[in-house]
Design a protein around this ligand. Structure first.
Ligand code: 2RA
Length: 341
């Protein structure tokens, strides 16, 4: 008899992917409670051949819930995450609300499972806990960078991201499609989610820009990498860009190591890394693309080459693609839940 599971934000892009991943992985839930805002309460939804009625999210929603998967935005997580913990649930939160709280584990199961080793479902005697899911661009980057880091210790990482519409939600995906049709029809593109044309364009990530000139998305990569690697000294800088792609992020990553690491050894390490597929065919110029990884579990890595601006094999450049909704959010959260079993 498995855990009772609640899905908070079930009507959103990630909420829907939670259901797909729970089913794909035969997650052994005893029962499941689908929670959303009042707007969606009462709607019916079929999941694994069973009819469910979506319930309005309330504090009592967490009575008897063992695992609560949250993806309903930071304010909902801030309001209801602690409530669920008080009622004994283990919360896996996809928002950024608690990621940088020191005592909250920030976990990529293939990268730093030890961070959550002290949290288990069984024998928790009704005590709840909260585990934070990292930001999608952090997960995708570190799935490829960490195996190399473990081998030769990254001292500096420079990341340029090419982020998909899905990161800004289902409405942004719809806007990209709509604008594409409008532009092709010679019409003025409709800009609702973003304040500028998205189709056939790209722009600096829509997250707020801070006083240091970085946007919040870039600072998430910097701070979350240091926490996940438990290394406050690693130098990280990032530039995050929104590109007209539906649901998979791409990231160019430059790594500088403490010890030499040659490209063949790096390729071999990545070929053996969990959750990573190597697509690195120079002959046919075939490297990872967002379409290769969309709706897939693995991140794909390629363009593995020595950084010629570094001496002594102390630098590598790689290119990584990963599905933002799946491994970037829903799959990672459910892999965390699997570790609780
Ligand atoms: C984005 N990382 O892609 C954000 C979504 N959480 O915009």
């Amino acid at each position: 008899d498995g855990p009772s599971v609640a899905v908070v934000g079930v009507t959103g892009a990630v909420g829907q992917e939670f259901l797909r991943v729970l089913s794909d992985r035969n997650f052994p839930y005893r029962n499941i409670r689908l929670l959303a805002s009042r707007r969606s309460a009462g709607k019916r939804l079929t999941f694994e051949d069973r009819e469910y009625t979506i319930e309005e999210l309330r504090p009592e929603s967490f009575e008897g819930i063992d695992i609560a998967l949250f993806s309903a935005g930071g304010s909902i997580s801030k309001e209801f995450g602690p409530v669920a913990v008080e009622r004994g649930s283990i919360v896996v939160d996809n928002s950024s609300a608690f990621r940088m709280v020191p005592e909250v584990p920030l976990v990529i199961p293939e990268v730093n499972p030890e961070a959550m080793a002290h949290i288990k479902l069984k024998g928790r005697s009704g005590k709840g806990a909260l585990i934070a899911n990292p930001n999608c661009s952090t997960i995708i980057c570190l799935m490829a960078a960490t195996p190399l880091h473990r081998h030769a210790k990254v001292v500096r990482m420079v990341v340029s991201t090419y982020q998909a519409a899905s990161g800004a939600g289902a409405a942004a995906m719809e806007e990209l499609l709509q604008q594409t049709h409008e532009v092709l029809d010679g019409k003025q593109p409709t800009c609702k989610i973003f304040n500028q044309q998205y189709a056939f364009n790209l722009f600096s990530h829509n997250a707020a820009v801070l006083s240091n000139g970085y946007n919040e998305e870039e600072m998430k990569l910097v701070k979350e990498t240091r926490k996940i690697w438990n290394d406050m000294d690693v130098k990280v800088t990032a530039t995050c860009i929104r590109v007209p792609v539906m649901r998979a992020h791409a990231e160019s990553v430059n790594l500088q190591f403490e010890k030499p690491l040659d490209e063949d050894t790096a390729r071999c390490i990545l070929e053996g890394a969990a959750g990573v597929a190597v697509i690195d065919d120079r002959e046919s110029n075939h490297f990872p693309t967002p379409l290769d990884v969309s709706n897939k579990d693995d991140v794909a890595v390629g363009r593995i080459r020595q950084d010629l601006s570094q001496d002594g094999n102390l630098g590598l450049d790689i290119f990584v693609c990963g599905d933002q909704i799946r491994k970037g959010a829903a799959l990672n959260a459910i892999q965390i839940a699997e570790k609780l079993l």
